[in-house]
Write a protein that binds this ligand. Structure first.
Ligand SMILES: [Zn+2]
Length: 103
């Protein structure tokens, strides 16, 4: 879905409609990336085999992972920054979409 970079919105601190800049909220740090048996830990200790089938550490995920592709969309949260007072507000409900392009 395409969305404009700026929009007119009500600013609670200015108490009037002003121009806002839209920014997509970035997803946070992935949890459990350095857990025991994780791929990143294996990469750090150079446990990856150099030749042949890489098995668990290969590029293709385990069958269990790609079999359950149930969720195709996620809720995108936008941050609206007022251009006059430079305060930021969040959209309350967000928007369900597979991909959001700000233009
Ligand atoms: Zn404002």
């Amino acid at each position: 879905m395409k969305k404009p970079k700026t929009t007119n919105r009500f600013c609670p601190s200015c108490k009037k409609k002003t121009e806002h800049k839209i920014k997509l909220l970035a997803t946070g740090v992935k949890r459990g990336t350095l857990r025991r048996g994780s791929l990143i830990r294996a990469k750090q200790r150079n446990a990856m085999p150099g030749m042949g089938n890489k098995g668990k550490f290969g590029s293709k995920p385990a069958i269990k992972k790609w079999k359950r592709k149930t969720k195709n969309t996620k809720r995108n949260v936008f941050i609206y920054t007022c251009k006059e007072c430079k305060k930021a507000h969040q959209s309350k409900k967000g928007l369900r979409a597979s991909k959001v392009i700000l233009e």
